[in-house]
Design a protein around this ligand. Sequence first.
Ligand code: HEM
Ligand code: HEM
Length: 182
Amino acid sequence: MGAKSTTDRYGAVAVTIHWLSALLILVMVGSGFRADAMEDPAGKAAILRVHVPVGMAVLLLTLGRIGWWLWADSKPASVAMAPWQDRASRIVHCLFYVVILGMAASGIGMMVLSGAAPIIFGGSTETLPDFWEFRPRVPHGIGARILILLFVLHAGAALHHHFSRHDGLLARMWYGPSTKPD
Ligand code: HEM
Ligand code: HEM
């Protein structure tokens, strides 16, 4: 399996970015909701010490991924499916990019407007601000819920292909030999 994708499967770079991003996004959703629910400011700051840098890593991975698809690699051809399913999958993939970038932008916006970074990272003894006082908190919360919806649709479709259609769709987003001879 090469670094780049072929007509029938994803390459090692795309597979690595996909699964690493998926894992980190799960960490982001879990840590984000925990931070929101945390009453104790020190506990909230501790969670945000994970949430913020991991979020920046997700942003860099996503920008790298967009650059990779634009300038270095091309996606494999779709597996056989109804045209509406093909269109739906493209829309969901595209929305993932938009929502992830929106989450990163609104997260950075909250940090800049609130000036909370020195409290979270610099040992400042001030108490954390209420992030709800800053406008990007609202789209950040909405975006998180849209991301979960996209995740359910996307993972559900992938599992349907794997367990009901047996069409190799999940396998081609994993490491391994080409599923068809070139
Ligand atoms: C938040 C987590 C996830 C995100 C953001 C995500 C995003 C994406 C995106 C954007 C693509 C299109 C390829 C690309 O642009 O790199 C893709 C493809 C794919 N994803 Fe995910 N994904 C996630 C989780 C999952 C999970 C949990 C599964 C399996 C249960 C999965 C299975 C697949 C498969 C099989 C493909 C290839 C579809 C094809 O062959 O055309 N993804 N994913
Ligand atoms: C893919 C990227 C991200 C995801 C999936 C994500 C997810 C979440 C979630 C689920 C919440 C809780 C939402 C709610 O309760 O309504 C949250 C809150 C928050 N996130 Fe993110 N986030 C991301 C990126 C970022 C970034 C890059 C930053 C900062 C630079 C950030 C800073 C925050 C802050 C300050 C809160 C508010 C916590 C509170 O209200 O107590 N997030 N995030």
